[in-house]
Structure formats: structure tokens, C-alpha cells
Design a protein around this ligand. Structure first.
Ligand SMILES: [Zn+2]
Length: 90
């Protein structure tokens, strides 16, 4: 699936090093889809090359919102600082 502006995805927050807060999914709105990938090994390749997508996100947390550009997709590990499509429940 191709990310597009206005879609809702999950952003994975970073947990705190001491474990006070666990890494967890947050709702996020896609605010931009960059033309090119920005990280190695595919820096400069068109966004979506080999299924690698980055997106700009607005993340409305319960206690405040933040904005982030060039967030990488991670459907497998759900690592902190990445986004993925919401889990399907159907
Ligand atoms: Zn999730």
C-alpha cells in the first residue's frame, strides 16, 4: 500500500531507557510523502523503492502533538521511531 496524505497510520513511540514508558503505537496522520528516500542504503532512490516508504507524520499523543519528517516504515519489527499500517481486525 502506498502512503498518501491524510491516511491514518501507527507511529511507534520510543520507550524510555529505564523502561518507565514502553514503546507503543500511536495514531498518526500522514502529512507528506517525500519524493526520495533519505537513508542508506537507498538514499536518493524514489520513495517506495523495494517497498521502502518514508512519510511525514503528525502524531497527536494524549498529552501533546508532534511532527516528524522522513519517518521510515517498519511493518515487521515495529521499532521505535517508525510507522506501520494499523493492524487489520477484519
Ligand atoms: Zn500499531
Amino acid at each position: 500500500m502506498t502512503p498518501s496524505v491524510g491516511r491514518i497510520v501507527h507511529y511507534v513511540s520510543y520507550g524510555t531507557p529505564g523502561g518507565e514508558y514502553a514503546s507503543q503505537c500511536r495514531a498518526a496522520i500522514v502529512t507528506g510523502v517525500p519524493k526520495y528516500l533519505v537513508a542508506e542504503p537507498m538514499d536518493g532512490c524514489p520513495n517506495g523503492t523495494d517497498g521502502e516508504w518514508i512519510a511525514s507524520l503528525a502524531v497527536p499523543n494524549p498529552t501533546g502533538a508532534f511532527f516528524n519528517e522522513n519517518v521510515p516504515q517498519d511493518e515487521n519489527e515495529h521499532s521505535g521511531g517508525t510507522w506501520h499500517w494499523p493492524e487489520r481486525t477484519d
